[in-house]
Design a protein. Structure first.
Length: 423
């Protein structure tokens, strides 16, 4: 049986690495419109994270960060008049571009209610509902290849300090979903890294595979990550709720491994459209009850004398619908763990976060780039891109806005970098 953690060895540990940190954020002066804002729940005023912000009737968009902040860059060629905001469980909202251009803007979304007369009642078992959703993947998702533009960022924190930040604009060849044919490919179009000059407790943490790992989390393309051939013997399913996503009602299906199964599997929720049974969202985590067994699934290499203990995992993937077909939209994976050297009293805590947002999509120019140009599963992004100090590095490309804690780390390093340049 193959599980996600067995298929993607997400992390390699080495003995020593010096890490540096540099500026991530950029301004622009090339004529495109840049909109900054903050997305909140209209009733609670809580930040809405991982919400989708897009130009209607286009393939251009981005997502809000974990603090609800967003930046959207709009080309004048789009002639955009409105920006669309959507989030799981909320009413989609259109806001005029002119309103958003007035400065940092607070956008409020109203929670969505579900009218009972709109609900499609299916008198079927939940297990069959999931099986039918998997069977309909070739009909609900793109049956043609796509060329995607994606923004990818991975961060590594030691305790509260960022010790590595790497990010890139990606060219992604997305093979058709029909019959799960063909392999996806990723190429780094433009990338940079920012690492902190300090000893990382004599332990270097690296994320192997980077954006390829994120792409493998496309469970519609790779359903056996969660639901392998005989998955019904390993998981229990329950109908937990119904929510509105992009004006459509979705079943919320909970799943968890059966009690008699001891091997670490996954638990979480699937969101399935009640009309067409498309999987629109998935949120899941690895069962860490047996931490020793779970640890074996993550570590590719580590020094002698170090004990690796995973403390939490989180995976999130969602899709967006366009003209009756669903497309990959956003992926996020997070791993927290502690490392303990023999004969040391204190553990060191680490958190690795990787996220990828699809910011543009081309359905016509879909020529596959050569394999030799692709980012391989064995590659490490931080070793594949250069350090940077460019005030307009991303130009017109959309990206995920950094969190405040990342910005603070950037400012501290930026001051140090300027002093080094002056010397």
């Amino acid at each position: 049986m193959k599980t996600l953690a067995k298929k993607i060895r997400v992390m390699g540990l080495a003995s020593l690495l010096m890490l540096f940190l540099a500026p991530l954020f950029a301004q622009n002066s090339n004529g495109y419109i840049t909109i900054n804002g903050n997305l909140k729940d209209a009733k609670t005023k809580n930040a809405l994270f991982f919400a989708y912000i897009a130009i209607p009737n286009s393939h251009v968009g981005t997502v809000s960060n974990s603090e609800g902040n967003f930046t959207l860059k709009i080309s004048p060629l789009l002639n955009a008049s409105e920006v669309e905001f959507s989030h799981l469980g909320y009413i989609t909202k259109l806001v005029p571009v002119e309103t958003l251009m007035q400065g940092n803007t607070e956008v409020l979304l109203e929670p969505a209610s579900i009218p009972l007369d709109e609900v499609t009642i299916r008198p079927i078992e939940v297990e069959k509902l999931v099986a039918d959703a998997i069977a309909k993947i070739p009909y609900n998702y793109s049956d043609n290849p796509n060329m995607l533009t994606g923004f990818y960022r991975e961060t590594i924190k030691q305790r509260r300090d960022y010790i590595s930040i790497s990010e890139a604009v990606l060219d992604i060849y997305k093979a058709p979903y029909k019959n799960f044919s063909g392999a996806d490919r990723i190429k780094i179009f433009k990338g940079r890294k920012s690492t902190n000059v300090k000893k990382a407790d004599t332990l270097a943490v690296k994320l192997q595979g980077g954006p390829r790992v994120s792409l493998l989390l496309d469970i519609a393309k790779n359903p056996d990550i969660l639901f392998f051939e005989d998955y019904i013997n390993y998981y229990n399913f329950t109908l937990e709720d119904m929510v509105t996503i992009d004006k459509k009602i979705n079943y919320v299906i909970g799943f968890a491994q059966k009690e008699q199964i001891k091997e670490p599997l996954y638990y979480g929720r699937l969101y399935i459209d009640t009309k067409n049974l498309a999987i629109t969202n998935a949120q899941f985590s690895l069962n860490l009850d047996d931490k020793d067994e779970a640890a074996k699934l993550f570590v590719l290499r580590k020094p002698r004398g170090v004990k690796f203990t995973p403390t939490s995992t989180s995976y999130h993937v969602n899709y967006i619908e366009h003209n009756g077909r669903y497309y990959l939209n956003y992926v996020r994976n997070e791993l927290s763990f502690k490392a303990n050297w023999n004969r040391r009293i204190f553990n060191t805590n680490y958190t690795v976060v990787a996220e990828m947002a699809i910011t543009d999509r081309d359905l016509s120019n879909t020529n596959k780039f050569p394999y030799r140009e692709t980012f391989k599963a064995s590659d490490i992004l931080a070793e594949s891109v250069e350090a940077f100090n460019d005030d307009d590095f991303w130009g017109e490309f959309n990206y995920i806005k950094p969190e405040e804690s990342i910005n603070e780390a950037i400012k501290k390093y930026g001051k140090r970098l300027k002093r080094l340049n002056m010397e």
